[in-house]
Design a protein around this ligand. Structure first.
Ligand code: ATP
Ligand code: MG
Length: 453
């Protein structure tokens, strides 16, 4: 007996989740749907690094935002002292890449991304330290039309995903000048109500008073509700833009409510801002958020380029899909290959490749620490795999150049297996699998053998 002490297990980082195979079909359904919806609007995928210079976020998002103040995973590269950050969001990265590669040189670009983001938050339902976002960024477009298109694209995605309980909240936060006028009025109003402000609001009173409107503190709600509204400070152009977005949404029967309190967390937004929210996920009910960010290119030292985008939280949307009763069967293979002996194993490899060439999903039985196992134990594995068919090659079959095809889910368990020549096994299985469900399907192919009579 070994006296060695068992080594301590290493567990994953708090708030960073493993995506397990049982959930993979749901992720795949989500991602495939996203990909096809975005493609149908002419959006092209972009993949930027997970690590960016810290300055990108500090400058892009604004120093007095939740993310930059307290949520970023920042570190110094021990090799060269570079200041780096795990991306907390991806608009900054996409705009950096667009500038670096002159992506809008020939005209506007519709881009989208999908990937992990990192924020040092208190982990809870719908809030993780590594989470995943799909986002779209429309670069170089200035009109209300693209804002509306982005929103309609989301609506189509919810429809395609079968999500019904997501509603749209819309607002305009105007341009820098309009926000300044409002800001002055807002600070004056909060000064008058100073005794009602909590510590965080006091801290933000002069640095980011707009953010106070976003407070979740119930004791401040009444006071905040009566605060000067940014909407009342918008000039003619901003109002026309906002009205333009609303008109397209109304024309296309996209319901929305105007939420004058909606300001969004990042500094770079202007004019249109929106959120898709649900009541089905508790307090983490925002599944998608976005808006216009006409100044971000210049903030990064580029030529002024109007733009609009959104990001959606995949974990929250998957949760919502589950709530809506979306179940997705685990992936199952078509054929499980069972074999005994060296010659049979060699033939299984050949047959497996031919079946895959024909488009089938095949699992070949492979050895574990206890070897390949008996027929019986291999058949148990075949059963557990959910395969529609097991193909069995024993020593006799290998010699005779035949295989046994066993239907794993036949109604008639007596007549559920048949011997087929090795060379016709692929045709036979393809026919069985693709022809499945076609009752009394007959063909002239002499190699065609019916399992059920
Ligand atoms: P919240 O107010 O919930 O903190 P946020 O304004 O910080 O959201 P955004 O930066 O706008 O969120 O990100 C867009 C979307 O990404 C959110 O609406 C949400 O669905 C998702 N999201 C943001 N942070 C997290 C997180 N820590 N864990 C899981 N999903 C997140
Ligand atoms: Mg947040």
């Amino acid at each position: 007996m070994s006296e060695n002490k068992k080594l301590e297990k290493i567990v994953g980082v708090k708030g960073m989740n493993d995506l397990l195979p049982t959930d993979a079909p749901l992720w795949e359904l989500f991602e495939n749907t996203v990909q096809s919806v975005l493609k149908s609007y002419g959006f092209q995928q972009i993949r930027t690094p997970i690590v960016e210079p810290t300055a990108l976020f500090a400058r892009g998002l604004g120093e007095v935002t939740d993310i930059v103040e307290k949520e970023m995973y920042s570190f110094e590269d021990a090799m060269n002292g570079d200041k780096l950050t795990l991306r907390p969001e991806n608009t900054a990265g996409v705009v950096r890449a667009a500038l670096e590669h002159n992506l809008t040189y020939e005209g506007p670009k519709r881009l989208w991304y999908n990937g992990p983001m990192f924020r040092h938050e208190k982990p809870q339902r719908g809030r993780y330290r590594q989470f995943h976002q799909v986002g779209a960024e429309a670069l170089g477009f200035s009109g209300p039309d693209i804002d509306a298109e982005l929103i309609m694209m989301c609506q189509r995605l919810w429809d395609d995903l079968g999500l019904q309980n997501v509603r749209l909240e819309l607002n305009s936060i105007g341009d820098a000048q309009e926000r300044n006028l409002h800001r002055t009025a807002l600070i004056a109003y909060f000064e008058q109500n100073r005794e009602l402000l909590d510590a965080e609001a006091l801290r933000r009173l002069h640095s980011n008073p707009l953010r106070i409107l976003d407070t979740k503190n119930p004791a401040m709600q009444v006071m905040v509700n009566a605060a000067p509204k940014l909407l009342d400070y918008l000039g003619a152009e901003s109002l026309a833009h906002f009205e333009g977005v609303q008109k397209i949404l109304r024309d296309n029967s996209i319901p929305f409510t105007i939420n004058t309190r909606l300001v969004r967390g990042m500094d770079y937004y202007n004019r249109t801002v929106f959120e898709w929210v649900t009541d089905q996920l508790g307090s983490q009910g925002t599944v998608c958020a976005g808006g216009r960010y006409d100044s971000l290119f210049s903030i990064f030292g580029g030529k002024p380029t109007p733009a609009c985008g959104f990001a959606m939280g995949i974990e929250r949307l998957l949760e919502l899909m589950k709530e809506s009763g979306e179940t997705h069967a685990p992936a199952q293979c078509d054929v499980y290959l069972v074999h005994q002996g060296a010659a049979a194993q060699a033939q299984s490899f050949v047959l497996g490749e031919r079946l895959r060439d024909a488009g089938l999903d095949v699992v070949l039985h492979c050895a574990t620490a206890s070897g390949v196992g008996s027929f019986k134990s291999q058949m148990k594995k075949a059963d557990g795999s959910g395969a529609a068919y097991a193909v069995i090659i024993g020593e006799d079959e290998a010699l005779a150049h035949t295989v046994i095809v066993k239907a794993m889910r036949a109604d008639d368990m007596e007549n559920n297996q048949v011997s087929v020549p090795f060379d016709t096994a692929v045709d036979y299985l393809v026919d069985q699998i693709t022809g499945a469900g076609e009752a009394d399907h007959c063909c002239d192919d002499p190699t065609h053998i019916h399992i059920h009579h």
